[in-house]
Write a protein that binds this ligand. Structure first.
Ligand SMILES: [Zn+2]
Length: 488
């Protein structure tokens, strides 16, 4: 599906996270090497709780994360230390990493801050052992040749790698990470890809960034007129970034059209929910039969809307199901897709009768323990009310092929507070202007074409190759460039 993006008022920005190939981690002296999980030589577990900010507020994303408290398990290695475990204070900020981020900043014409202050960003999804991620603003206000503005560049510590649902590996925790945030200056999916690809090239030009899948990740911020700002996290492959933007536009357009239809139908969401456990005592559905409690809620005027596709493989019902899962339930059933899954037509009829649903209404049921079901019905009610308002502001995660699922609300300002264990670092103007800038890979490729007679495709391949240094050395020693490049 393609849209008239200008007419829709598409605005997109990106946040690029690039792992740095420094010798040591950002706040300890451990090496920045990734390990195989089978090599771990210790493990421990933690509970993470949200804290209230200095302003007395609790971040809404953190509060939602705390709804289900569960222990997180961490794998430690002979290449990790007590700093990763949060059992020992951090060392001063790694100067090699700061140098590199300042170099990126200068390559984009940015203004450095006078003092780099380390902050703690509350993150309690288990991806760190301390309940926060350290991050420091390094420079502001840059621009790219294609016109997109760069808002900021930060130096932060990489999160622990998730091994399974609640198991994390500490080898990755603390690897320095550059975070580059653009202004929402892109207005087509192609422009998003072009900017992401240019920044990737610029970072690679320093030859000091990690390579391979997962070492560079993009978060994309997308909104359309009357829609809402949505952040989609974890786009690892550049080829999917355009598709992510296209599908998010499709999702927002679909949600707005659902909203209009709900308003036209004078739709409403019932305050009350109903215990319908008894109706399914003899059901053929294994999930429902097993459940201790089954509750139902009636969405008046929602018939056909809950089952409507909003992007490939996703329906409004999938969005409601994502919210419900926050309470620990497996998902939900709704009458737009029933009878199915072992639920009979007679059971659907008695369900409709129990909640007094008419043909224009949709009934949603959730099955699990009573506590989880009550929690889930509450969030489904909340998400259904949001559907009548349009597109909610959300943080989402990318699914395969570019659709996305709800993760949590967009974080608020209550999320950041100062790190008191690490001293700030001063950046002088003299130091900043003395940083040596590398030749851009795009300039280098042009040079290979101009001075060495390589064809453009081969030159491009060569500058992105690990063997580029070897190639230049070989040519310097007198080997014909095209022969050297094709051989390597
Ligand atoms: Zn360490």
């Amino acid at each position: 599906m393609d849209f008239d993006y200008a007419a829709l008022g598409l605005k997109a920005g990106i946040e690029i996270h690039q792992q740095l190939n420094t010798r040591e981690k950002l706040f300890c002296h451990c090496p920045t090497v990734l390990r195989d999980v089978t090599e771990h030589n210790g493990e421990f577990y933690r509970y993470l709780r949200a804290t209230v900010s200095e302003m007395g507020e609790m971040d809404r994303a953190a509060r939602e994360e705390m709804m289900v408290m569960r222990p997180f398990t961490y794998y430690a290695y002979d290449t990790t230390c007590l700093a990763e475990n949060d059992e020992e204070p951090p060392t001063p900020m790694n100067p090699e990493a700061l140098d590199l981020v300042l170099t990126f900043a200068r390559m984009m014409g940015m203004t450095p801050v006078e003092q780099v202050h380390i902050m703690r960003k509350m993150v309690i999804d288990g991806s760190n052992t301390s309940g926060f991620q350290r991050t420091a603003l390094v420079a502001l206000n840059g621009s790219l040749p294609m016109g997109a503005r760069i808002e900021s560049i930060c130096l932060e510590e990489e999160a622990a790698q998730r091994v399974e649902d609640t198991i994390f590996s500490l080898d990755r925790l603390g690897i320095p990470l550059a975070e580059i945030t653009t202004a929402p200056d892109m207005h087509t999916p192609e422009a998003v890809k072009d900017v992401a690809s240019y920044i990737g090239m610029l970072l690679r030009s320093t030859m000091k960034v990690k390579r391979g899948i997962g070492t560079i990740r993009q978060d994309v911020n997308i909104s359309i007129r009357d829609g809402a700002r949505v952040e989609i996290k974890g786009v690892q492959e550049l080829r999917l970034i355009e598709e992510v933007v296209r599908r998010e536009v499709q999702r927002q357009v679909s949600l707005l059209s659902i909203r209009d239809e709900l308003l036209a139908r004078h739709a409403s969401v019932d305050e009350a929910s109903h215990d319908v456990t008894a109706l399914f005592k003899k059901t053929g559905s294994a999930i429902l039969k097993r459940a201790k409690a089954i509750h139902a809620i009636c969405l008046r005027g929602f018939a056909g809307m809950v089952g409507r596709e909003i992007q490939p493989g996703r329906r409004l019902g999938s969005e409601m199901s994502d919210y419900a899962k926050k309470c620990g339930v497996g998902g939900l059933f709704h009458t737009d897709e029933l009878p199915a899954y072992g639920v009979t037509e007679a059971e659907v009829a008695s369900l409709r009768e129990a909640v007094n649903a008419g043909p224009d209404d949709c009934v949603i049921i959730v099955a699990d323990t009573k506590q989880k079901v009550v929690c889930a019905i509450g969030l489904i009610r909340k998400r259904a009310e949001m559907a009548m308002a349009g597109v909610p502001e959300e943080t989402r995660k990318m699914l395969e092929e570019g659709s996305s699922a709800y993760m949590r609300p967009l974080p608020g300002a209550a999320r950041m507070y100062p790190e008191t264990d690490v001293l700030p670092v001063t950046v002088t103007a003299e130091y900043y202007s003395s940083l040596v800038l590398p030749e851009l890979l795009s300039d280098k490729a042009d040079r290979f074409v101009r001075d060495m007679g390589l064809d453009a495709a081969l030159a491009h391949q060569m500058v992105y190759s690990k063997r580029c240094v070897l190639f230049e050395e070989t040519v310097r020693r007198g080997v014909r460039p095209t022969l050297a490049a094709t051989t390597l």
